[in-house]
Write a protein that binds this ligand. Sequence first.
Ligand code: GDP
Length: 319
Amino acid sequence: MLSLRNKRIWVAGHQGLVGQALVRALPATGASVLTVPRFALDMREQQAVRHWLRQNNPDVAIIAAATVGGIGDNQARPADFIYDNMMIAANIMHESAHIGLEKLLFLGSSCIYPRDAMQPIGPESLLSGPLEPSNEAYAVAKIAGIKMAQSYARQYGCRFISAMPCNLYGPGDRFDMKRSHVIPALMMKMDVARRQRQSALEVWGTGTPLREFLHVDDLAAALILLLQTHEGTEPVNVGSGQEISIADLATLIAEITGYEGDIRFSPAYPDGTPRKILDSAVMRGLGWRPEIDLRRGLMQTYDWFLQNKASAAEDHYVA
Ligand code: GDP
């Protein structure tokens, strides 16, 4: 058990979806949160990361910094996704090992698992088959991060743990019709379509893929519990256990946004992986349960979007 009281916790990526949720949740543990704005530290630069860590000397670090995006963005910018994410993970872990940090939590994603993994997906599936091509570059960078955490734990005894969340959503996400993940993209498309009284809009793919969504505040609670109670280098899956098809998700978002036109599926766009539900037995064993159901979480996220349209559409190159 690691008490976080009075610990100085660096949330790397505090402006992203997960980072913002951590900044909201961590103060209740008695920890003090360290952040550094993106313009002041480029985490892809090793010297800059070394300097910042030595100057600030946190007790704990959470790597929530990443270049992230939806299926369209992953396909358009594979070089950015592989380079940025490998550099961020390598620099922070390597330099953290040298300042004797107490504990580090690395965040990955369910796309690290093979496209045809057995469902629900357990950590033993890692590297057991080919990846989904649409986000392979991102997945390889995240797999490298897990392997780095394991290697630093083995060689140097570092307490580096890894968590793999399912698809996330919530306030603070990036809302962009082309680059975002499906929930913010559809919220934005439907919001615009309703206001412009469009009679139809396009949803990418066939509508048949299944996705498991988790509200980012539920994830933040899980991550804090992991920091406090979990040791071990095997990645820990964090999922809601609830699946929904993209077609049903689109109907639900239409209801929430008040969009009444047609929903047309466009198979010219990729579906991505057909299904990826996580086996989150380790988290359940620790007593964690998600508290925000999808409908309520989507309503809250849409309210946030309506009140924060300007910042929600900002370009985040590193979340
Ligand atoms: P993924 O889980 O890595 O595939 O992430 P996404 O959130 O980008 O996409 C999830 C699913 O939603 C995929 O099957 C997409 O084809 C589908 N989808 C439908 N419409 C959209 C859209 O406007 N944007 C995105 N990103 N995905 C969409």
